[in-house]
Ligand binder design. Structure first.
Ligand SMILES: [Zn+2]
Length: 126
């Protein structure tokens, strides 16, 4: 039932997006001409955005393709962190809160043992 199709492609998009904008953005998908966060890079890897993407917000169009972005809950891989979030939120969380590089995030996505896909609809703790 669960395909790991999405994560590897997502990692490839992050790398492609990161190669295009060498700086990492925190708190924004894009900043100026040269910075993107992990999720921004992923979107850019798929959609070629104009060079100045400041203020651009990715649309929801990718979700049909990567339903893993919103459809699966992941455990945060950072040591000592207990957050469980959708994959899209984890990408932003790792980027903004743990300051992981886009490269680290892509590597984590490619590691099927580490990337911690949890069963869908994990009930909230009582
Ligand atoms: Zn965390």
């Amino acid at each position: 039932m669960s395909e790991h199709h999405g994560e590897k492609e997502l990692a490839a998009f992050i790398r492609a997006g990161a190669a295009r904008r060498h700086d990492q953005a925190f708190g924004d998908y894009f900043r100026g001409r040269n910075a993107s966060c992990a999720l921004g890079a992923a979107y850019e890897g798929m959609y070629r955005l104009p060079d100045n993407a400041d203020g651009t917000r990715p649309t929801k169009d990718l979700d049909w393709f990567f339903d893993c972005l919103e459809g699966t809950i992941r455990r945060c891989p950072a040591e000592g962190c207990r957050k469980r979030l959708t994959l899209a939120s984890i990408l932003v969380h790792l980027n903004d809160d743990h300051r992981w590089t886009r490269e680290q995030i892509a590597a984590w996505l490619e590691d099927e043992k580490a990337n911690g896909r949890l069963p869908p609809r994990t009930p909230p703790a009582p």
